[in-house]
Design a protein around this ligand. Structure first.
Ligand SMILES: [Fe+2]
Length: 362
């Protein structure tokens, strides 16, 4: 079964290369005009005390800087708050919104840039094609690889009831600045978890019913790079980081042209109820999915063993029956993911009771 017709959109501009951060000022200046002459910087809070990196950013007196707490997944309530602060900051709208960080920070920048020009509560825009107006010009700068947020049409947000992306043509970042040197501070563990997010995007695309030749080509190449990076020792980590930046772009495109599946649906339940970070939640869920993705599971376990990273276990042990049911409901609501995983009659292949058993094992 193929999804409805859609003409996909990619970021308008890419700049890829070591040391590219020094060109950020040029990219921003191109977008300024007499009226809209200031910038919003949304930066992962990890960099808050990294003076060396902050000093390289072209932050001017009129600009507004937010340090994004990335411990939790992006929330609709915070997007609304950032938007209100932006609207109160100057009498004009900003020319550019910068999102520098991992998937959480980039998704905040994408969603906030849209909410500046779309009235109301961001929770009312969760879903497909609900945004009315183009947002503020958004430049994202990934500092960790794997989420694919830098090229995806979705800004994934947790609202009061659901974890669901704002997804439309306008959600795509206008421009991406890739600088592999910015990945040097990522810990080996975080690098593994976000790298596995990428790996799982590809496994779910390749094993889904919505796979297309485009999605397949991106997913296969992306996972070739991913396995190379995580199954070999790279004396020069920068070389591996640069490769993973490319794998993340391709993995993001694999789900644009196909869709995620069982693991992402389950990980959303963990995110909403336990606030488990996306990459970690995916690994915890994928660790229980051998029956659905046997080949991917085998390779995942090999990479995990080679990297010597532990996947958390027992995180649902203290959950009440209501908590587990809520997780199941969040996962179940991602109909498009189940449809991709099993086809239009997906409810014949999986039940809420099975999901609950899977959650209990996590
Ligand atoms: Fe993901």
């Amino acid at each position: 079964m193929l999804y409805d017709f859609r003409s996909f959109v990619n970021p308008g501009h890419y700049a890829f290369g070591k040391g590219n951060l020094k060109h950020l000022g040029e990219l921003i200046d191109r977008r300024k005009n007499k009226t809209n002459d200031w910038t919003v910087f949304m930066i992962d809070h990890f960099f808050q005390d990294k003076k060396e990196t902050l000093d390289r950013l072209p932050i001017g007196e009129k600009d507004l800087v937010f340090f994004i707490d990335t411990k939790d997944e992006p929330k609709t309530t915070l997007v609304n708050k950032y938007r209100d602060q932006i609207l109160a900051h100057q009498s004009t709208l900003p020319a550019v919104v910068i999102g520098m960080g991992g998937g959480t920070t980039m998704d905040y920048a994408k969603a906030t840039g849209l909410m500046v020009t779309n009235e109301g509560d961001s929770k009312d825009y969760q879903g497909l094609d609900k945004i009315k107006n183009e947002g503020i010009y958004t430049i994202v700068i990934p500092t960790v690889s794997g989420t694919g947020a830098e090229v995806s049409m979705t800004a994934v947000l947790s609202g009061p009831e659901k974890k669901l992306g704002i997804k439309c043509d306008y959600t795509i970042p206008n421009e991406v600045l890739f600088d592999p040197e910015l990945l040097s501070t990522v810990t080996d563990e975080d690098r593994f978890f976000t790298g596995m997010d990428n790996y799982i995007h590809n496994v779910e695309s390749l094993n889904g019913t919505w796979i297309t030749s485009m999605g397949k080509a991106f997913a296969e190449k992306s996972n070739e790079i991913c396995v190379d990076v995580f199954m070999n020792k790279y004396p020069d980590r920068l070389e591996a980081d640069e490769k993973m930046m490319v794998a993340s772009i391709m993995g993001g495109n694999s789900i644009t042209y196909a869709q995620v599946g069982v693991c992402h649906a389950l990980s959303y339940g963990l995110a909403v109820v336990l606030e488990t970070h996306h990459g970690v939640a995916n690994c915890i869920a994928f660790n229980q999915l051998e029956q659905y993705y046997p080949e991917g599971y085998k390779q995942f376990k090999e990479m995990q063993a080679f990297q010597g990273v532990d996947i958390p276990k027992g995180i649902t042990a203290g959950c009440s029956d209501e908590d587990l049911d809520r997780m199941v409901d969040v996962a179940w609501a991602n109909e498009h993911m189940w449809n991709n995983a099993f086809g239009p009659e997906w409810e014949k292949h999986i039940s809420k009771a099975e999901l609950k058993e899977l959650y209990k094992k996590m």
